[in-house]
Design a binder for this molecule. Structure first.
Ligand SMILES: [Zn+2]
Length: 239
């Protein structure tokens, strides 16, 4: 039986003599593994579909005898290959970070429309807009936390719910931001400006990120550390 899915290639590895094993992040089924047969042969029509960042409508089939629930890709209508990413090493590396984060927070066969849309928006911004790369990563991580149920409290103390005045504190384990009265030993004081920057980045859509001129070093450091702690420090790529 054939089925169509919208997907982005987030991983691609050699498989047998002329095939590739593709990891697809799809709108309909979350992550799935699929084989692209004969794609290393010179006359293969689906060569473009083996590249990471390839976004398209994939036609899949699951033939009897194929183990581990792997799909076979039998067609692909390209929507965007984000070609410009491959022309700029820094942008390409930043794009790889986004794919690695998705691999980490998504599960095989589990649909997550929100995450899929976030990845597309972030890749488009990275490819086509003039926005600082670390700002896109910051925005993406904030959205990832939101999509996975760990939204940062940006307006009121996470513990007592009061408005912030004066000092505020960030908890690396939970990502909570608390007031001076609620902080415990594992909270770090953060600059009010850092807190404001979190709010600005969170409230600014991807298409308007280019209007933000912020120094976001501390924001990114906190989010990356928090991400690593949440996911047990198993994340290998340098964020
Ligand atoms: Zn409080």
């Amino acid at each position: 039986m054939e089925e169509k899915v919208k997907g982005i290639v987030i991983g691609s590895a050699d498989f047998k003599e002329s095939d590739r094993l593709i990891t697809l992040f799809t709108l309909e089924k979350g992550i799935l593994n699929a084989i692209l047969k004969g794609v290393k042969k010179p006359n293969s029509k689906l060569k473009f579909a083996k590249e990471i960042f390839c976004f398209g409508e994939f036609i899949l089939t699951q033939k009897a005898g194929v183990k581990n629930g792997f799909y076979i890709i039998i067609g692909c209508d390209l929507v965007d290959n984000f070609f410009d990413l491959s022309q700029n090493f820094d942008k390409y590396f930043e794009g790889c970070k986004l794919l690695e984060i998705i691999k980490f927070v998504s599960k095989i066969g589990q649909q997550d429309v929100g995450l899929f849309i976030e990845l597309l928006k972030a890749l488009k911004t990275l490819t086509y807009e003039n926005v600082a790369r670390n700002l896109i990563l910051c925005k993406f991580l904030l959205k990832i936390f939101e999509a996975t149920g760990y939204k940062l409290n940006l307006n009121k103390c996470a513990s007592c719910g009061s408005e912030f005045f004066g000092k505020r504190y960030f908890c690396m384990e939970t990502g909570e931001i608390c007031c001076v009265g609620c902080k415990t030993y594992n909270f770090l004081e953060i600059l009010p400006q850092t807190h404001t920057n979190f709010r600005l980045i969170s409230n600014t859509p991807y298409e308007k990120l280019s209007t933000l001129k912020l120094s976001i070093g501390e924001c990114l450091d906190l989010l990356v550390l928090n991400f690593k702690i949440r996911f047990n420090n198993k994340f290998s790529i340098t964020l």
